[in-house]
Design a binder for this molecule. Structure first.
Ligand code: HEC
Length: 149
C-alpha cells in the first residue's frame, strides 16, 4: 500500500472524525467558510468512495461522477477563499501567496479530470494510479495551507 493511498484513505476518514464533527455551526467565522468546509467534505467523501467502493466494484461511472465533482470544486475553490475569510482550518499564509494556492487548486482539478479520463478508459490499475495522483494534489495543498485540528 503506498503512502498516498493511506493518505487518501485517512484524509477521507478525517471528514467523519470526531474532531471535525466538533466543528459546531456557530464556530465558523463566516458562511463562506461553512460552504467551503462542506465542499471539502464532499471531496473527502468522494475520494474515499473511489478507493473503498467504486474501484473495488469496478464501478467506473461512479468514479467518473466523483472525479468530476472534485474537479468542479477545485475550479471554484479559490473563489471561496476571499481575503478576510480566515478560519480555524486555513493557514493565513495562503493569502500571502495566493497564486501558489490557485496553482495547487488547478493541479487538483487536472488530476481529477485525468481520473475521469482514466475511468472512461476502464483500466482498473490506471484508475487506481490516477486516483492516487488526485490524493497527492490534495495533500500537496494541505501540507502548505491547511491547519489540522
Ligand atoms: C488548493 C488547496 C487545497 C486543495 C487542492 C485541497 N484542499 Fe482540502 N482543504 C484546504 C484548506 C485550506 C482547508 C481548510 C479550510 C477551512 O477550514 O477553512 C481544507 C480542508 C479540507 C477538509 C476538512 C474539512 C473540515 O471538515 O473542516 C477535508 C476533508 C479536505 N480538505 C479534503 C480535501 C480533498 C479530499 C482534496 C482533494 C480531492 C482536497 N481537500 C484538496 C485546501 C485544499
Amino acid at each position: 500500500m503506498s503512502k498516498r493511498f493511506i493518505f487518501a484513505a485517512s484524509l477521507a476518514m478525517a471528514a467523519f472524525s470526531p474532531s471535525v464533527m466538533a466543528h459546531e455551526p456557530g464556530t465558523f467565522e463566516s458562511p463562506i467558510v461553512e460552504q467551503r468546509v462542506a465542499k471539502f467534505k464532499q471531496s473527502g467523501g468522494d475520494i474515499q468512495a473511489v478507493f473503498k467502493k467504486h474501484l473495488p466494484a469496478g464501478d467506473m461511472a461512479s468514479v467518473q461522477a466523483a472525479a468530476l465533482r472534485i474537479a468542479a470544486w477545485a475550479d471554484e475553490m479559490p473563489d471561496y477563499f476571499p481575503k478576510g475569510s480566515p478560519s480555524m482550518g486555513a493557514d493565513k499564509a495562503l493569502w500571502n501567496d495566493f497564486s501558489d494556492f490557485k496553482n495547487k487548486a488547478k493541479a487538483n482539478a487536472s488530476a481529477a479530470r485525468a481520473l475521469n479520463a482514466a475511468a472512461r478508459g476502464g483500466d482498473k490499475a490506471a484508475v487506481g494510479k490516477a486516483a492516487k495522483r488526485v490524493g497527492g494534489t490534495c495533500k500537496s495543498c494541505h501540507d502548505s495551507y491547511r491547519i489540522k485540528h
